[in-house]
Structure formats: C-alpha cells, structure tokens
Design a protein around this ligand. Structure first.
Ligand SMILES: [Zn+2]
Length: 273
C-alpha cells in the first residue's frame, strides 16, 4: 500500500533538536508550532555549550511541559571546558527542564578540540551525570573504542545513556547495547548512501532501547517529499515522521508500533510526565 504521508495516531517525541541554534532564532515559535501540528508531544532541546544550554533552558521556560533540554559541552567545544565549567553545568542542570547531561562524548573525526581535551571534558561530564543521577546524551564519531572503554568503566554508576545520532555499524551497535545503552536514530537512516549499515542494524535494537530524533537543523531526511515540511535548507522537528517511517520499514514493524514504543521508551528514559 502506498501511504502518501507517514502519519500515526500516536504522538512522537524528538529526543534531539538544536532549537537554540542561530538558524532557528528568527522563527522558533513557528518551528515549534509545526512540530505540534505534526503530532510531536515533546522535544528535547540539545545543549552543546554553556551558551546554547542557557538558551535551551530559556526556551524551555516558554514551553513548559512541551520542551525539555540537555546541558553540556559538545566534543567540538571541549577545549572550552575549564575549572569553572563543572560548577556552571551543575547550576544549569538544577533547572527542572534539564533532563540529561550532554551532548558530550568523543569526536575524533574532526578533532575541533584535541582528543585529550575531549577525553577530559567527557570524563568530567560523566562525573556530573553520576553526581546528579541524570542520564547522558552522547555523541560519538570515529572514537568508538575509546568511548566504549570509558563508558564500560563508569557504567555501573550511570543511571542511563543514549548514543544520539548513532551512525556506526552492527558490531558497534551491539557493543553499546551490551552496556545497556539506548540508541537514538536520526534521518541518517533515510540516506541511501550513508544510511546502509544503519538500516542493517536497526532491526536488532530492542524496542525498549530505541528512540527517534531529528538533530535539527542538521540531517534533513532525504525521503521528505515535496512540498517540503522543512525548508530554508535546514531540518525541523516536524520531519520526525520520516525517521519513524524509515525505522518501521527497515525493522519490518508497523509504523504506529514504532512511534508508540519509541515515545514510551523516551518518556521513561528522560522521566517525562
Ligand atoms: Zn551530535
């Protein structure tokens, strides 16, 4: 059967959208309105540095019970992590809308901060997540073994962690699942070239470990038909249904079940009401 637009009766949750990114500064209210129209019940706004985490909290205050956020320092910005950062992050994370620490982790692909700086900032944020008993929102690119070893070491003390925007292969997926981590899937899976290995392993992820995200303004799903829901050369949370549709297709499960299960898993993971 040919379904023109992937719609499900169940609301979905976008666990990663960079709504405090400058590309949303002019029309974030419309972006959120379109997400609500697209049956998205909650969005977790990603904090990537002190400034964007602060902005994310401010945005959450405008949309209580709809927006939640993470606070942390992205591996790209790890060089900014100094002796004050830990206390500053503790302060930010005490806000009730903060539901995870991150995004943090390791990115040895671009090394915008040195590997040593990244490892230091990551270790500090792991400690913070343990101290506050909050889950970790994790990024990893070309640093699988080091990240895995660090997580293995601290896993017994961590409440939970999600590898956001997972783009690795099947073995890496199994390694993370063996640590009882959650996996976040973005529009990467909609890409006929880059998404192939992800399509292979998505069916192996248990439904209570799988969550959906757009990573907006990045990673617009290539399966988005015209006229486009998200335009201006950026992605928006309202395209989340295309990620859900691809997950349903490649894991051979009904779309409604994927949406419902991912939303349920996300609610539990972030402690949403
Ligand atoms: Zn990321």
């Amino acid at each position: 059967m040919n379904t023109p637009a992937p719609h499900s009766a169940h609301a979905s949750i976008d666990i990663g959208a960079n709504l405090s990114h400058p590309r949303f500064s002019k029309d974030v209210d419309q972006v959120i309105y379109r997400a609500q129209q697209a049956n998205i019940s909650h969005i977790i706004v990603t904090g990537t540095c002190l400034e964007s985490s602060t902005a994310a909290i401010a945005l959450c205050q405008q949309y209580p019970d709809y927006l939640y956020c993470t606070t942390g320092l992205h591996p790209h910005d790890a060089s900014q992590f100094n002796h004050q950062s830990y206390q500053q992050l503790i302060q930010l994370a005490s806000h009730p809308s903060v539901v995870a620490i991150g995004e943090t982790g390791l990115d040895f692909n671009r090394n915008f901060s040195s590997p040593e700086q990244q490892i230091h900032a990551f270790e500090q944020q792991i400690a913070l997540a343990i101290e506050l008993q909050l889950p970790l929102f994790l990024h990893e690119r070309d640093a699988h073994q080091t990240q895995l070893d660090m997580l293995k070491h601290y896993r017994p003390q961590l409440v939970n962690a999600v590898i956001h925007c997972f783009t690795g292969d099947q073995q890496q997926c199994f390694n993370y699942l063996d640590l009882d981590l959650h996996i976040g899937i973005t529009g990467w899976i909609c890409d006929d070239q880059r998404g192939l290995s992800l399509r292979e392993c998505v069916k192996e992820i248990p439904k209570h470990r799988l969550m959906l995200e757009t990573d907006a303004p990045y990673l617009t799903p290539k399966t988005q038909p015209k006229p486009k829901l998200a335009s201006k050369g950026r992605n928006e949370p309202c395209t989340l249904s295309y990620v859900a549709e691809a997950v349903a297709l490649y894991s051979q499960r009904p779309l409604a079940a994927v949406v419902e299960d991912c939303a349920h898993t996300s609610r539990l993971f972030f402690g949403l009401s």
